[in-house]
Design a protein around this ligand. Structure first.
Ligand code: FAD
Ligand code: SF4
Length: 478
């Protein structure tokens, strides 16, 4: 195939078409439509094949991006999918939900002047197309070692660990308290970003590779950690971070607080997904925002998922209140654009002070104070400061708090000789002899439970790294 060196000028970056707004704001369906074959060729041909690909360095799993784009350009989709899987256990998921603007595409040489190559959409296209054509990972050359590992948590970290283990002849058994695999991919992230059929297909693929799932089994309740430690050659912890970083807002009626005050983001999202799909998890937390004026507090991916969920539930108005501005939001800018298109209002530079209630304890509004950016904090981000005397109140029927999550040490690990630090983060280091090994040599841990809430792709990167540590350790033990 001839290569046009100036393709990136002649062919503009084209993102996949979005579903029309009327449908988008009513239905929980993925909003990006699939790329077509012609578009995939012209978009992948925009890649400059830089000698030192910054995109690859910036991608936490260091995907071989220019190489798989080149294969896709030649229509060699199955080979491209094979290459995608060499570095990433869930490439079709990352293609959909990575904040590419902050990762691979943000680092693309073309980003500033011509528009980055559509790396995420191409990753999704390659893997979805290969699966549709019947391609499946080939493990026929793998020799089974007979070793077994208990993987606790079927989120992206646990799945990535299981993927690398099975490809190295080690048999993972994945335990999860949920009825479906995926962790937050299935229960936290709404369908408009990642449709649930993607994870259902992944489950079939992992099972056909030999990964075993034991679902609706909660470690510490249905089975003890000690049983797992005795039964398996190693144990992997990919438990996630579920404790909300809460800002307890005073309310007019503290007695009625539990019924009337703010709603936490994750239970709201999980209950909505469980309600729609009739998953066996409890939907007691289900809240319908129909006809309500909703204010969501926070500026990350979780906040964007909440505002867009409330829109689809038929809220009268949805406002996102954030203490910095759009440029300084922690979430993906693409999701802010999508939220704005769907009718979400944004209030920048505001900090919540107090939930307002009526005599029955029902939420009637929120008092906020305006902020301005002050001196940078330890991470270099300018800290918002309240502007004295700038308090104001907005009407609201529902307040959703989306301030992020922190890890929590489970009680059932008390006797496991696994060290946690003062922030309840499990101590496991990627530069140890066996990466991600904890103070208990048989136990490995990663991601949200180790560093606090982060991204799917970092969970995958660390799950894979821990699996490599386990493989090395079991090999050395003979
Ligand atoms: P999880 O996905 O939380 O999985 C942990 C699993 O462990 C769960 O299935 C849980 O049931 C199981 N488990 C825990 N304890 C036990 C036990 N005792 N016994 C059995 N099972 C147990 N990241 C992005 O990159 N892009 C996004 O767009 C994005 N959006 C997000 C939206 C929301 C609402 C949230 C909350 C997070 C989002 N994230 C996003 C972050 C991302 O989802 C997480 O960083 C990632 O899922 C962490 O993976 P994990 O495997 O460590 O944990
Ligand atoms: Fe980009 Fe994420 Fe894919 Fe890496 S895994 S290439 S960061 S979309």
């Amino acid at each position: 195939m001839s290569h046009n060196d100036f393709q990136f000028i002649e062919v503009q970056r084209v993102d996949p078409t979005k579903v029309e707004k009327a449908k988008r704001t009513e239905q929980f369906i993925e909003i990006y439509q699939p790329m077509d074959a012609e578009q995939s060729v012209s978009q992948s041909d925009r890649c400059l094949d830089c000698g030192n690909p910054y995109c690859e360095w910036k991608c936490p799993v260091h995907n071989y991006i220019p190489q798989w784009l080149d294969l896709a350009k030649q229509g060699r989709i199955n080979e491209a999918a094979e290459l995608c899987h060499q570095t990433n256990s869930l490439p079709e998921v990352c293609g959909r939900v990575c904040p590419q603007d902050r990762l691979c595409e943000g680092a693309c040489t073309l980003n500033d002047d011509f528009g980055a190559v559509t790396i995420g959409s191409m990753e999704k296209y390659i893997v979805d197309t290969a699966f549709e054509q019947g391609w499946r990972p080939d493990l026929s050359e793998v020799i089974n070692t007979g070793k077994t590992v208990a993987v606790i948590g079927a989120g992206p970290a646990g799945l990535a660990c299981a993927d690398v283990l099975i490809r190295n002849g080690i048999n993972p058994v994945v335990y999860d308290r949920n009825s479906q695999i995926g962790g937050l991919l299935t229960f936290g992230i709404p369908e408009f970003k990642l449709q649930k059929s993607v994870m259902a297909r992944r489950r079939e693929i992992f099972e056909s590779m030999g990964v075993q799932f034991k679902l609706e089994v909660e470690v510490g309740k249905d089975i003890t950690f000690e049983q797992l430690e005795q039964q398996y050659d190693a144990v992997f912890l990919g438990l996630g971070a579920y404790k909300p970083l809460s800002l307890s807002l005073p309310s007019d009626d503290s007695a009625a607080q539990s019924e009337a005050s703010e709603q936490q983001a994750l239970p709201y999202l999980i209950a909505n997904t469980s309600h729609i799909h009739k998953f066996s998890q409890t939907t007691a937390d289900y809240v319908d925002m129909k006809d309500k004026s909703v204010v969501v507090l926070g500026g990350g991916d979780t906040a964007m998922d909440c505002v867009r969920t409330a829109i689809r539930q038929g809220a009268k108005s949805v406002t996102c209140a954030y203490r910095r501005d759009r440029e300084n939001m922690p979430g993906s800018d693409r999701e802010v654009t999508n939220a704005m298109e769907e009718g979400v209002e944004f209030m920048w530079y505001v900090q919540p002070l107090k939930v307002e209630n009526d005599d029955n304890g029902k939420v009637t509004g929120l008092t906020l104070i305006k902020t301005e950016l002050g001196e940078p904090d330890a991470n270099g981000r300018r800290r918002p400061q309240n502007i004295e005397g700038s308090e104001f109140t907005v009407d609201a029927d529902a307040i959703v708090v989306a301030f992020g999550f922190q890890p929590e040490k489970p009680d059932w690990l008390d006797s496991a000789k696994v060290n946690f630090n003062q922030w309840n983060e499990c101590e496991a280091f990627d530069n140890s002899e066996y990466p991600m090994q904890t103070s208990n040599p048989k136990v490995f841990a990663v991601c949200d439970i180790v560093v606090g809430a982060d991204l799917i792709v970092t969970a995958i990167a660390q799950g894979r790294k821990a699996a490599e540590g386990i493989v090395d350790m079991l090999e050395d033990m003979g």
